[in-house]
Ligand binder design. Structure first.
Ligand code: TYD
Ligand code: MG
Length: 462
C-alpha cells in the first residue's frame, strides 16, 4: 500500500483519512474512524489512470423530449405514492429504518404485491434462513405469492444468480449482511457496504432491474455505515415509527423519479402492515376534548394534507436554565417562537419549563406549524383550551407577522372532511368561498395571543 493511500474512513460520514484519529474532522463524530482495507485495493480513487487512453464517449444534445420513465405499480397505494407512482425499472432504492421497525415485513409484502402484479421478483435475505422467510410469508398470508427466495450473503454469488435469473425486482435484506470477497474488511463495514451498494446499483442500471437495498439505521439516525449509499441510489426511503405506536411512516427523503417528502402511512397488525388511507383520522383519534395546550395543525406531507395534534405543556421552572424539551419538531424553531412571543407579544416564558410534542410520534418539518405551536404554547400558558373545532396553520416571521403558507385549499379541504369548522391562519389567505370552514385571519402573532387569552387574564396586566 502506497504511503499516500487514504486508508481510514469515517463510519458516519464516509470521509477518508490518512491516519487514524479519535474524532473525524469532517463530521465531528467520535470513535467513528476505522481502517478501510477495501478502499485502496478496490476503489479506483487511489490508483492513477496511467497512460492508457480512454474510449471517446458519444455526446448527445440536451434538447429533445424523453418519455416519462415507465412505472410498475404494486397495487399497495401507500407504497406506490412514496415511490412517485410505482417502481421505475433500473432504479436503485435504499430503505432505511431502525431494527425491528418492520422493513422486512414491508418488503416481503411489497415483493409479493409486485409478484402478483406480474413482475418476476427475487427476495435475498442475508439475515434469515429461507425457512424463516417462508414462515413469515405464511403468517402474512403470502404463502402462495409469486416470489423467489434466496438466503445468501456473498455478493459475487448473488450477482451471478441475478444475471442468470433476470428478475424485474430484487430486494437485498440487508445491505449490511452482504459481503464482497475482493474487499478485505468485515461485513457491515464501510468498505463492504460501499462496495456491495456500488455493485448492486450498477447491476440495476446495466440490466434495468429495480434493486431495493434494506439498510439498518444506527441509533443517531444515520444509515449504519456510510452515507455514501444515499448518494449512490436513486431513491432513499425511511421507514419510521415509534415503539408503542402501531403506525409506521414510509418517508421519501430523496427521489430522482418522484417527489421527495412524500409519505405513506401503514399500521402494524397481526397480519403485517395494513395501509392507512385516512391518516388524519388516525393521528387525531386519541385527542382529548377541551384540554389546554392541545391544537390541531393542518400540515402537508408531500402531496397530501395531514392533520395532527400538537401538544404543549408550560410549567413554572425551578431551574436556573428552564427546560426545553421537544419531540417531533425542531428545537431551534421552538426557541424562535418563544423569542417572538416574548419580544413582540410581551408573553415571557423565560421562567417556565416548556415541553412540546407532536402527538402519535409524528415529525413535523414545515414552517407552517409555527402558528400552531405558538397557539399550543399560549393555550398551555394561560390554561385556556383552543376552540375544539379549529385547525391552525401559518408561518411566523421574526417581526411577529403571520405569513400565508402554500396549499391552503388542500389543508382546509382535509379539515372540512374531518368535521372542523374554523381555520386560524394568515389574513392574507382565505378558505375557498364554497368551503364549510370559516376562516379566522390574523396578520400578527399578537392577534392570536389576544384571541386565545381569556379576557380577565390579559397578557400585559395581571
Ligand atoms: P421486521 O419486518 O422483522 O423488522 P426489520 O426488518 O425492520 O428489522 O419486523 C419485526 C417486528 O414486526 C416484530 O417486532 C414483530 C412485528 N410484526 C407484527 O407485529 N406483525 C407481523 O405480521 C409481522 C410479520 C411482524
Ligand atoms: Mg429485517
Amino acid at each position: 500500500m502506497g504511503k499516500h493511500d487514504l486508508s481510514f474512513v469515517c463510519r458516519e460520514c464516509g470521509a477518508a483519512h490518512r491516519k487514524w484519529a479519535g474524532r473525524c474532522d469532517a463530521c465531528g463524530a467520535w470513535n467513528s474512524i476505522e481502517e478501510d482495507a477495501g478502499l485502496s485495493s478496490a476503489g479506483p480513487a487511489s490508483k492513477s489512470l496511467g497512460k492508457t487512453k480512454g474510449r471517446q464517449v458519444e455526446l448527445t444534445p440536451l434538447s429533445g423530449a424523453e418519455d416519462a420513465p415507465p412505472r410498475r405499480p404494486s397495487g399497495i397505494a401507500e407504497l406506490d405514492r412514496v415511490l412517485g407512482g410505482g417502481l421505475v425499472p433500473g432504479s436503485a432504492i435504499l430503505v432505511g429504518g431502525d431494527p425491528g421497525i418492520g422493513k422486512s415485513t414491508l418488503l416481503l409484502q411489497a415483493v409479493a404485491a409486485f409478484g402478483d402484479a406480474g413482475a418476476k421478483t427475487v427476495y435475498v435475505s442475508g439475515e434469515e434462513a429461507a425457512a424463516q422467510v417462508r414462515m413469515r410469508a405464511a403468517r402474512l398470508g403470502l404463502g402462495e405469492a409469486n416470489v423467489l427466495l434466496a438466503a445468501e450473503t456473498n455478493l459475487r454469488d448473488v450477482l451471478t444468480t441475478l444475471e442468470a435469473e433476470k428478475p424485474d425486482l430484487v430486494v437485498i435484506d440487508s445491505i449490511q449482511t452482504v459481503w464482497a470477497d475482493n474487499v478485505e474488511s468485515a461485513p457491515g463495514s464501510v468498505a463492504q457496504v460501499r462496495a456491495a451498494a456500488h455493485e448492486l446499483t450498477s447491476f440495476a442500471k446495466r440490466r434495468g432491474v429495480a434493486v431495493v437495498l434494506v439498510g439498518h439505521v444506527t441509533k443517531d439516525g444515520q444509515i449504519a455505515g456510510p452515507r455514501v449509499v444515499e448518494h449512490m441510489v436513486d431513491t432513499v426511503l425511511y421507514f419510521e415509527g415509534e415503539r408503542g405506536h402501531q403506525f409506521r411512516i414510509l418517508r421519501a427523503v430523496k427521489n430522482r423519479f418522484g417527489p421527495a417528502d412524500e409519505i405513506g402511512v401503514f399500521e402494524m397488525t397481526d397480519a403485517g402492515l395494513a395501509e392507512v388511507a385516512n391518516p388524519s383520522a388516525l393521528f387525531l383519534s386519541d385527542r382529548e376534548e377541551e384540554t389546554s395546550g392541545s391544537v390541531v395543525f393542518a400540515g402537508v406531507e408531500g402531496t397530501r394534507p395531514v392533520l395532527m395534534e400538537i401538544q404543549a405543556l408550560v410549567s413554572k421552572s425551578s431551574l436556573g436554565t428552564p427546560r426545553r424539551a421537544v419531540i417531533g419538531w425542531d428545537s431551534a424553531r421552538l426557541s424562535m417562537i418563544l423569542a417572538v412571543l416574548e419580544t413582540r407579544c410581551g408573553l415571557s416564558l423565560g421562567g417556565h419549563d416548556v415541553y412540546l410534542n407532536v402527538a402519535a410520534g409524528m415529525r413535523v418539518t414545515e414552517p407552517a406549524a409555527d402558528l400552531a405551536v405558538a397557539a399550543a404554547l399560549v393555550s398551555a400558558y394561560c390554561d385556556a383550551p383552543t376552540p375544539q373545532d379549529a385547525i391552525i396553520f401559518g408561518e411566523i416571521s421574526l417581526s411577529g407577522a403571520v405569513r400565508p403558507v402554500s396549499q391552503t385549499d388542500a389543508r382546509i379541504k382535509e379539515a372540512a372532511k374531518l368535521g372542523f369548522t374554523t381555520a386560524m391562519m394568515s389574513s392574507k389567505s382565505a378558505p375557498p368561498s364554497e368551503s364549510p370552514v370559516r376562516g379566522i385571519g390574523m396578520s400578527t402573532l399578537a392577534e392570536l395571543v389576544d384571541r386565545l387569552t381569556p379576557a380577565e387574564q390579559g397578557t400585559g396586566s395581571s
